[in-house]
Design a protein around this ligand. Structure first.
Ligand SMILES: Nc1ncnc2c1ncn2[C@@H]1O[C@H](COP(=O)(O)OP(=O)(O)OP(=O)(O)O)[C@@H](O)[C@H]1O
Ligand SMILES: [Mg+2]
Length: 247
């Protein structure tokens, strides 16, 4: 499998606080990694380092063949990132925001038109294009954020809680959309919804207190999560066993 993202011995400190503590993993094309862990575990911090929004205190991250510190622009070209919360620039309408992103991503001519039309359709935001982002509901803000992340059709996607705030129909849609993009891309999603992991992830990584504490993957029946053999629909209990004990 072709490795698209390589995280090696990455550490991140905030002052004396160790938010990410020696985390290593790789992600290949065709993989959808579920990034799991309790609140404050270090998921978003790790994602911010992969996407170049925060520098690692130690360790190395390679994205699409580029070191995120040495070649930040090239690394970022290869990545679509949905940060936590809402897209920036709340005064812009969704349309203005996506056009702004299209400019930044250097999309021109027919490709630009085609990509904009496609992501607007894929994220179902056609009805809110001329509304300021500020005034959108939480779920619609998430959808505009996703549209922005996939606009340049990057080979790597880093999605921080992509289904947070979506209604059940949109959650289902979002999972379908991620699944449909999975074969061609390397995707990392964080989520607290473990049925989502069972539905779309090819592997799971659990971090707790900044450390990688378990990896998991689907088996013929259910999942393997660290040392645990997990029956279908029981990932929640296994997650609590792995991360609750450490707390
Ligand atoms: N800029 C910062 N300065 C100081 N501490 C920070 C900063 N950013 C994150 N932290 C701390 O680092 C830890 C990890 O935070 P992070 O946002 O990565 O957690 P998370 O796993 O994404 O949690 P959640 O599930 O709540 O989103 C937390 O204790 C957080 O308070
Ligand atoms: Mg987070």
């Amino acid at each position: 499998m072709e490795a698209m993202v390589d995280v090696r011995n990455v550490v991140r400190r905030f002052g004396s606080f160790l938010a990410v503590d020696d985390v290593s993993f790789g992600v290949g094309r065709g993989e959808v990694i579920g990034f799991l862990g309790p609140n404050g575990a270090g998921k978003s911090t790790t994602m911010k380092m992969i996407t170049g929004f925060l520098l690692p205190s130690a360790g190395a991250i390679n994205v699409g063949g580029y070191d995120v510190v040495a070649d930040p622009i090239e690394a970022k070209r290869n990545i679509g990132y949905l940060p936590e919360g809402a897209p920036a620039y709340p005064d812009m309408t969704s349309r203005q925001f996506l056009n702004f992103i299209a400019d930044i991503r250097h999309l021109d001519g027919p490709v630009r038109r085609r990509r904009l039309d496609l992501v607007i359709e894929q994220t179902h935001i056609g009805d809110v294009l001329d509304q300021p982002i500020d005034t959108l509901s939480k779920g619609y803000k998430r959808r505009v954020g996703l549209a922005q992340a996939i606009l340049h059709d990057p080979p790597i996607l880093v999605l921080d809680e992509p289904t947070d705030g979506l209604d059940p129909n949109q959650k289902h849609e979002m999972r379908g959309l991620i699944g449909s993009m999975a074969a061609e891309k390397a995707i990392i999603i964080s989520t607290h919804i473990l049925e989502e992991v069972e539905a779309i992830c090819t592997r799971a990584i659990i971090i707790s207190h900044g450390r990688l504490v378990a990896e998991g993957w689907p088996e013929a029946e259910g999942w393997r999560l660290g040392d645990l053999q997990v029956e279908p629909g029981r990932l929640d209990a296994a997650f609590r066993q792995i991360t609750g004990a450490a707390a």
